[in-house]
Write a protein that binds this ligand. Structure first.
Ligand code: ZN
Length: 134
């Protein structure tokens, strides 16, 4: 079951440049910055009510964020939904014809297991499923 919007991912060229803008926008400090080596990204999270904003910066050229920023100026990158049972959702969505980038969950930022759906099957929106590690 999809429970809520967990966070919205925003691609930026530089977290150190972008973070003060978002911290001023929300009048709040980021509660965490974290490097996810497997994804070649640096992330920063700001809580906004029940959801979060995740800023993503590429740590090298093979990062999906680096590729995104070659084609886009930056900005909205993905929407993440919190799920109760990520394996169950992966199989439900796979059986419903959605194109999954990850067939099995992988370790993501902020203590979550994650899986992405391909934007081709979600009307151009990159969708992340995430479940808190227990
Ligand atoms: Zn995310």
């Amino acid at each position: 079951m999809i429970k809520k919007i967990e966070h919205i991912g925003i691609a930026v060229n530089s977290i150190s440049e972008a973070l003060p803008v978002f911290e001023a926008l929300f009048d709040k400090k980021a509660y965490k910055t974290e490097i996810v080596d497997s994804e070649f990204v640096k992330t920063a999270f700001i809580r906004v009510g029940e959801s979060k904003i995740e800023l993503l910066e590429a740590t090298n050229k093979s990062s999906a964020i680096a590729k995104f920023l070659e084609k886009n100026q930056g900005g909205f990158h993905h929407i993440a939904f919190e799920v109760e049972n990520i394996e169950g959702e992966i199989s439900r969505l796979g059986n419903s014809g959605f194109n999954l980038i990850h067939q099995t969950p992988k370790q993501g930022a902020d203590n979550k297991r994650i899986a992405f759906l391909h934007p081709k099957s979600t009307k151009g929106i990159l969708v992340e499923l995430c479940q808190e590690n227990s």
